[in-house]
Design a protein around this ligand. Structure first.
Ligand code: SF4
Length: 336
């Protein structure tokens, strides 16, 4: 049975449909369409579905099938979110309106030029409003003093931290890493053995997979910021405890307030529940937009998804993670 589409998927599909129809209009203008065969709205929708399937296959190839390297840190197997009802086909539904406009164009056999122009005009208007719906929201002004400089100060203050028991077994504090003005921030639970050794976040096989996920989103690791909820490795790669998460939480909050990302993606259950302070399991949170509010009242969108360690163990869930990342791409107006 076909899964109902989420809002982001509908928006994405609308984008694909608009792209196909735009190509069709260009073709019509350049070659003259009167005697030429015209694709129906159904054919265009099928084409959009093929493009979407090809994108998903490319993503799954991009993510590869590596084996996990941090056996104890993986969250419990997650369940896919409950299916949603299909949206009503009302006159306000942009997808429906665009479909009708496409039908009017493809079935337009009228010899009346002004009628034809009217159809094309309405169709172009709909495509423009679809594009503006996807336009990236204005970002709040970055705080003064330079994010990089302020992050370095927080990191310096953290040097030698012994506020929780995790300080005893660590080699290095793994503060976080990323470009100077990242739009997107990934938060995992805790450093693993490789991260502890190198003092950098996500450097093992899970880190390589995360880099491929970032690349599939048309971004570079330098364009995102990556860190963990706790900055020191728990012994034996166990999950960090509630008191450890609470003690280290102010550092994470400072990072968020300084960076002010457009979107945060939490990786795995521990990171999601710790950041959002909610009791729900990841199976209820994943793929659904959440909001984190800073002490100053700034609100940041949060998308909980599966941890790369989980994806290394359960490659069959990569498609689900891709759906979550596509929602992020739609909000950030990233084109695949
Ligand atoms: S986990 Fe955080 S609070 Fe605990 S010792 Fe490390 S830096 Fe300090």
């Amino acid at each position: 049975m076909t899964q109902p589409l989420t809002d982001a998927q509908r928006k994405h599909e609308l984008g694909l449909l608009a792209r196909s129809l735009r190509q069709y209009l260009v073709w019509q203008r350049e070659l003259g369409a009167d005697g030429a065969p015209r694709p129906s709205a159904e054919e265009l929708a099928q084409h959009a579905a093929r493009v979407r399937a090809a994108e998903r296959r490319a993503f799954e190839q991009e993510m590869g099938t590596d084996e996990p390297d941090t056996p104890a840190a993986a969250p419990a197997a997650e369940q896919p979110p409950a299916p949603r009802q299909a949206p009503p086909r009302s006159p306000d539904n942009p997808r429906e309106a665009l479909r009708r406009a496409a039908e009017a164009l493809t079935e337009d056999t009228s010899s009346n030029t002004s009628e034809k122009r009217g159809n094309i005009y309405r169709f172009n208007n709909l495509m423009q409003s679809s594009a503006s719906a996807n336009r990236r929201p204005k970002r709040p002004a970055a705080p003064e003093g330079g994010a990089t400089h302020r992050l370095s100060e927080v990191q310096r203050e953290l040097d030698g931290c012994s506020r929780c028991a995790l300080c005893r077994g660590r080699r290095n504090i793994v503060f976080g890493a990323g470009g100077p003005s990242p739009r997107l921030m990934f938060i995992g639970a805790a450093p693993g053995v490789n991260e502890d050794r190198q003092g950098r976040p996500f450097v093992g096989k899970a880190g390589q997979l995360l880099s491929r996920m970032v690349k599939a989103m048309t971004l570079d690791r330098k364009e995102v910021y990556v860190c963990h909820a706790v900055k020191c490795r728990p012994p034996g790669n166990r999950a960090p405890r509630a008191e450890e998460l609470d003690t280290c939480r102010p550092v994470l909050e400072q990072q968020l307030e300084i960076i002010q990302p457009e979107v945060v993606v939490t990786l795995g259950e521990v990171a999601a529940r710790s950041l959002l302070k909610v009791p729900q399991p990841l199976s209820k949170l994943q793929g659904e937009w959440q909001v984190w509010t800073s002490s100053g009242g700034a609100r940041v969108r949060v998308m909980p998804t599966l941890h790369p360690d989980h994806l290394l163990r359960h490659p069959e869930d990569k498609g689900l993670a891709w759906q979550h990342l596509q929602k992020v791409m739609a909000v950030m107006n990233l084109k695949g």
